[in-house]
Structure formats: structure tokens, C-alpha cells
Design a protein around this ligand. Structure first.
Ligand SMILES: Nc1ncnc2c1ncn2[C@@H]1O[C@H](COP(=O)(O)OP(=O)(O)OP(=O)(O)O)[C@@H](O)[C@H]1O
Ligand SMILES: [Mg+2]
Length: 257
């Protein structure tokens, strides 16, 4: 049995589609089903009058506190899938449920609301606001998520200390190294306590030592925060820490045993 299946709680029942939601759209109490359920997902694009099939039937389930990785050649469809998982895009066919919410049926406004509160993104190019300090960058994501102001300071400080930047909080991005900027991006992505963190090649620009540090931070986050991480990588050493590695070949997953 694959490792990632064994991590499913014994009491879990597949209740995707029935998860409750609070009136303001914030996540309801924990459910025991998968955090994210992707079924039969296809994504095609119309380019220059032709139809380009990028994803050709993807199935994936992500459970709470899992760290899964996507690997595959350039152009195989990894980023396209991550965009769907995070509700940035919708599939051409198939279903995507995030904590029971049917992302494939929802309009962009509804998905954006969930995204702001419950999903964190880390992209390869760090996506920090250049004129804001590390502290202010992290604070911004709490503000966007509607977290009460009284919680900002302790949470920002905690997150920046967790990524080892307690002494760099007032630095702006250009006053930080590449690895430090990436760690600010991680602090920013987790500050609002998302249940899903999506990271597209978060270590691609970093040397191996820094990449290992980032992976330690990820493992620590999975251990201490109630978050699941899905990331893409090309680095075989990094894949060793995953609960499961999905290999994408030409828009489908191949079983890599
Ligand atoms: N919006 C779009 N319109 C048309 N084609 C697209 C669009 N987005 C992605 N594609 C095509 O889909 C294919 C998969 O792209 P994707 O970015 O998902 O690959 P990837 O696996 O993330 O590659 P890499 O490892 O280089 O990041 C590519 O051939 C790309 O040109
Ligand atoms: Mg990509």
C-alpha cells in the first residue's frame, strides 16, 4: 500500500461535498475526509485555433498534514494542475473539491474568498512586495485574510522566527538574500493559517544547502501547523522527504511505485 494511503486516518469517511461552511465563507471545523480531492480532471487550452490538451485525467487526494510532491518534465502540466488545486483556474472536465467545496462549479469571486483565507501560495519568483519590509509583507497576508488586527503582531513575529528571520524583520526584499526572500515568502504564505500550501518549485533558485533549509521549514510547518503541502520539484534529494511523489508525464500521472 502506498505510504500516502496509510496516512489516511482510520476513521476517515469520504465526506467531500458535505463539509460545512460558516456564514462568512471561512472554513468550518475540521472534517475527516480529504482536504483536496481531484477527480478525472482535464484542462485544455485553445491556442491559435487548435485545442491543446494539457491535463488528461488527473486523480489526486490530499489528506491533512501530508507533504506531497509533483515531478515531471517541463511542460508536463504541473503548474497547470497547481493552479487548479488552488482555485486560480477551473478544469475543462472533472471535479475539484477543496474541504468539500466544489471549486469546479464556483465562480472566481467565491474561489478567491476561500483562497485568501485557506490557501497559501509560494511561487518560484518570490512574489514579495518590494517596498514593504519582511514584517509588512507577512502582515499583508493577515490583513487580506481578514484576521483581526490584534493578532497580527504575535503571528507575524512567530512566522518570521519560525523561518529563522527574527533578526531580519525590518529588511526589505532587496536587503535580503535569495534564500531569505524565499523564507519570507513562506512566512507570508502560512501566516493566515491556510490548510493548504501550494509551492511551485520553491527551491529552484536556491543552492542545495538553502533548499535543505527550506525543506526543514516545510516539515516543521506540517508538524506544527495544521497544513498540507503540495509542491513541485525537479530535485531527487528533496523528493525523499515527501509522503508521496506523483510523477506527471504528458498530462497524466504515471505510477512510480
Ligand atoms: N494559459 C495557457 N494557454 C495555453 N497553453 C498553456 C497555458 N498554460 C499552460 N499551457 C501549456 O500547457 C503545458 C503545460 O504547462 P505547465 O506550465 O503546466 O508545465 P509545467 O509542468 O509546470 O512545466 P515547468 O516544469 O517548465 O514549469 C505547456 O505546454 C504550456 O505551454
Ligand atoms: Mg511549472
Amino acid at each position: 500500500m502506498p505510504v500516502w494511503l496509510r496516512r489516511k486516518p482510520a476513521t476517515a469517511s469520504d465526506n467531500a461535498g458535505t463539509a460545512r461552511e460558516t456564514p462568512n465563507g471561512a472554513p468550518a471545523a475540521e472534517t475527516d475526509g480529504p482536504l483536496l480531492s481531484v477527480r478525472g480532471v482535464e484542462r485544455s487550452f485553445d491556442v491559435g485555433g487548435a485545442r491543446l490538451r494539457v491535463l488528461k485525467g488527473i486523480n489526486l487526494e490530499l489528506f491533512p498534514k501530508q507533504l506531497v510532491m509533483l515531478k515531471g518534465r517541463s511542460g508536463s502540466g504541473k503548474t497547470t494542475l497547481m493552479n487548479l488545486m488552488g482555485g486560480l483556474d477551473v478544469p475543462t472536465e472533472g471535479t475539484i473539491h477543496f474541504r468539500g467545496r466544489p471549486f469546479h462549479e464556483w465562480n472566481d469571486d467565491r474561489r478567491t474568498e476561500v483562497r485568501r483565507r485557506d490557501i497559501g501560495f509560494i511561487f518560484q519568483a518570490f512574489a514579495l512586495m518590494p517596498l514593504l519590509s519582511a514584517y509588512e509583507n507577512v502582515e499583508l497576508s493577515l490583513r487580506m485574510a481578514g484576521v483581526p488586527r490584534s493578532e497580527w503582531k504575535p503571528r507575524v513575529t512567530y512566522c518570521l522566527e519560525m523561518v529563522g528571520l527574527g533578526k531580519r524583520m525590518s529588511h526589505r526584499p532587496f536587503e535580503l538574500s535569495g534564500g531569505e526572500q524565499q523564507r519570507v515568502a513562506i512566512a507570508k504564505a502560512i501566516a493566515h493559517r491556510p490548510s493548504l500550501l501550494l509551492a511551485d518549485e520553491p527551491t529552484a533558485e536556491l543552492d542545495s544547502q538553502m533548499a535543505a533549509q527550506i525543506m526543514n521549514v516545510f516539515r516543521e510547518i506540517v508538524r506544527t501547523e495544521n497544513v498540507s503541502i503540495c509542491m513541485t520539484t525537479h530535485d531527487p534529494t528533496i523528493m525523499e522527504v515527501a509522503d508521496h511523489v506523483y510523477e506527471m508525464v504528458d498530462g497524466v500521472f504515471v505510477d512510480n511505485g
